[in-house]
Write a protein that binds this ligand. Structure first.
Ligand code: ZN
Length: 287
């Protein structure tokens, strides 16, 4: 299996110097590599959601997001608290700063299943971003009467103002300005989510990016993609297959799937994300 010593920065620096465009595929494990991953930390969940966890028998944040609450007031009590907690995430992590620097130096596109909105916060805008699982910081009409999405932060501030509770006041449920239906978070709770035009637009932007760089020296960087994240895996592998000049760098916290046909164009790291990204950019790390 190909591998590289993360302390061999010259090779990574040269790799980036020769790169004409970058495709980043980032899973939820990217946050884990960043050393901050509230969405999969049982301790963080227990600490902030003790009451809701007991009331609904929730066993994880993911369960809380997908849970079929008996009332919208309960659903928003959970989602509002989660969004408020994630909004207070500061400052930008070192790996995310490196991604932002890369975006300033090369044409770059990010496909991610992370729904915490962190790439957008780092300045990766719509035109370079496909948030495949949505973004917790937006909401849309539950009945899909229109295609608009709205920032959710103001509504969350209002619903949580009386204090943390298992339900919110019914009048604080955010409502669609067009049809008055309750709003819902813009995240992938079911496959119907993929019917949304902004999902399709993200997918087209990704395909268009890959098409326009199909004969360029493309660097595919996989960050924190779990072995069973078929969506992101297939995008990276497809991009490498379609472009014989593409190089593939995997930075995951565990051994990750790689088709044998791509061995000679792939570097695998199981740790050292800060060192790896810094080395690509030719930045010396403190360690
Ligand atoms: Zn509506």
């Amino acid at each position: 299996m190909p591998s590289i010593d993360p302390r061999s920065p010259e090779r990574l620096k040269r790799l980036f110097e020769e790169t004409e465009a970058v495709l980043i595929t980032a899973g939820n494990g990217f946050s884990r590599l960043e050393k901050f991953d509230p969405l999969t930390s049982p301790r963080w969940f227990r600490h902030h959601f003790r009451d809701l966890r007991a009331r609904h028998k929730l066993h994880s944040i993911a369960h809380g997001i997908m849970f079929p609450y008996p009332a919208r007031t309960m659903e928003w009590a959970f989602m509002g608290r989660l969004i408020a907690l994630l909004s207070s995430r500061q400052p930008m992590s070192e790996p995310m700063k490196a991604v932002a620097l890369m975006a300033a130096q090369r044409p770059l596109f990010v496909a991610t299943t992370s729904a915490d909105g962190s790439f957008r916060t780092a300045g990766i805008g719509d035109e370079r971003l496909f948030e495949m699982a949505g973004n917790l910081h937006f909401m849309h009409c539950r009945w899909l009467c229109n295609d608009a999405v709205f920032p959710v932060e103001d509504a969350v501030r209002t619903m949580l103002a009386p204090g943390l509770a298992p339900t919110i006041a019914p009048e604080h449920i955010p409502r669609c300005p067009r049809c008055n239906a309750p709003m819902t978070s813009t995240i992938a709770r079911d496959l119907r989510f993929m019917e949304r035009p902004d999902w399709a637009m993200g997918y087209y932007r990704l395909l268009s990016f890959l098409r326009s760089h199909s004969s360029k020296r493309l660097l595919i960087i996989e960050l924190g993609v779990s072995p069973w994240n078929a969506w992101l895996k297939s995008i990276a592998i497809h991009a490498a297959d379609r472009n014989p000049l593409a190089q593939y760098l995997q930075v995951n916290d565990q051994s990750s799937y790689l088709p044998p046909r791509l061995y000679d164009r792939t570097l695998q790291l199981e740790h050292g994300i800060v060192e790896a990204l810094s080395s690509l950019l030719g930045i010396e790390t403190a360690e």
